[in-house]
Design a protein around this ligand. Structure first.
Ligand code: UD1
Ligand code: MG
Length: 409
């Protein structure tokens, strides 16, 4: 069995989100928040992920149906985070390694932080190591209680804090690494003695300390990373932070983003070196952009778009599920959907692919070096040969192209 496994808590109902969609499926920059948490765990050598699901369990597991390293554990009734961990007992009873426990509603978690956690755990030979954060406004989070020497004594949930405890700014972002045996032993002893009447995972710390085991808390979580998403406002705040991270990474990779505050780029997008993204560009879904392209201002790129190198998309150019080869230019007001466009094609202002016939979506193929005059309407399914010239304002169907071809002969 693996040396290190992870339990991801994702069964909650999330009343504060006021949602019918399971909370962990809400998207942050195009990916469900749970996806980020799973990734961070994998990056610190976790080989098996036990995801505890309850509310909307089938929906959650279906969304990740193609992922093989997850074991879905059902928590039928949401009786608290401690109870959620206990639901994994039958899977982990014989496991003698380390168990990382994190929450599915914390997508800003970073593998670097988990790495600090694992290293500290090893260096201190602790039974439990948790990472903490210091927040200006700790409202809503469990507070870290330390003694006068700075040793951790336990965690008190916000709703159970007295006035003095409410003032504590060191909080629990819910990143824990446990000796698995110690965890399972302790979590069975948790009682729902609190305002909410829930079985709190946070209570295991004082229980573990009471049995003489070593518990270490390391202040390793940056304040912005600690956001647990319990409301729509927190969802949008986390999305903003994630967007900054995505753009930061792209810029490090050599992409120019002229105005980061007014640009939105999906976490799944890839962009090549020396491409310039102008303001008010929205890139959504799996989009691949090559080198030396110029995108925007006001461009809208949707899932399945592949731009090769040196492509120019200007004002109100929309592209969906299409591949545009090197040197394609579509500078103004255009829609290219479900198309393959060849090298050096000029797409005139106001040109569109009429890709939907009312029943199904059809493909358009435009050969290399074609010229589409302003206001061209390409009625799909359609194939234009290399070097085709479409005059301004032309409505082109396959039938009209075939007729022209016959005349040429
Ligand atoms: C929890 C922590 C709190 C911490 C905060 C960080 C507890 C008791 N409190 O509070 O100390 O500061 O996270 O964000 O652990 N879940 C289940 N089953 C349940 C209940 C919850 O799987 O029965 C899941 C939820 O889906 C969620 C996670 O556990 O992903 C945390 O639950 P949530 O209700 O969000 O706890 P917080 O109040 O945020
Ligand atoms: Mg939470």
């Amino acid at each position: 069995m693996a040396e290190r496994v992870a339990i991801i808590l994702a069964a909650g109902v999330s009343s504060r989100m006021n949602t019918l969609l399971p909370k962990v499926l809400h998207e942050v920059c195009g990916r469900p928040m749970l996806a980020y948490v799973l990734d961070a765990c994998r990056m610190v050598g976790v080989e098996k992920l036990y995801a505890v699901v309850g509310f909307g369990a089938d929906q959650v597991s279906q969304r990740f149906a193609d992922v093989e390293d997850i074991v879905w554990v059902k928590q039928d009734e949401q009786r608290g985070t401690g109870h959620a961990v206990l639901c994994c007992k039958e899977h982990l009873e014989d496991f003698a390694g380390e168990t990382l426990v994190v929450c599915g509603d914390g997508p800003l978690i970073r593998a670097e932080t988990l790495k600090i956690l694992t290293e500290k755990h090893k260096a201190e030979q602790a039974a439990v190591t948790l990472a903490t954060a210091v927040l200006d406004d700790p409202t809503g989070y469990g507070r870290i209680i330390r003694d006068v020497y700075g040793n951790i004594q336990g965690i008190v949930e916000d709703s159970d804090c007295n006035r003095e405890q409410l003032a504590i700014k060191e909080i629990n972002p819910s990143y824990y690494l446990f000796n698995n045996k110690v965890l399972l032993e302790a979590v069975e002893k948790v009682k729902p003695d609190n305002v909410k009447g829930e079985y709190y995972l946070t209570d295991v710390l004082s229980l573990i300390l009471a049995t003489g085991h070593k518990v270490v808390a390391v202040t390793a979580v940056q304040s912005e990373e600690a956001i647990g998403i319990n409301s729509r406002a927190q969802l949008s705040a986390a999305s903003k932070i994630m967007q900054r991270r995505i753009q930061q990474k792209l810029m490090e990779n050599g992409v120019t983003i002229v105005d980061p505050d007014n640009t939105w780029i999906d976490a799944r997008a890839e962009i090549g070196q020396d491409t310039v993204v102008e303001p008010f560009t929205y890139i959504h879904g799996e989009v691949k952009i090559g080198k030396d392209c110029r995108i925007g201002p006001f461009a809208y790129l949707r899932s399945g778009t592949v731009l090769k190198n040196d492509v120019v998309l200007g004002v109100f150019a929309e592209v969906k599920n299409s591949t545009l080869a090197d040197g394609v230019r579509s500078r103004h007001h255009s829609y290219i959907g479900d198309a393959t466009v060849g090298r050096n094609v000029n797409v005139g202002a106001g040109s569109i692919t009429a890709n939907f016939d009312g029943e199904k979506v059809n493909r358009t193929i435009v050969g290399n070096d074609c010229y589409l005059g302003s206001g061209s309407i390409l009625i799909a399914p359609l194939e234009l040969k290399d070097g085709s010239h479409v005059g301004p304002g032309t409505v082109v169907s396959q039938e009209s192209v075939d007729q022209l071809g016959q005349k040429d002969q």
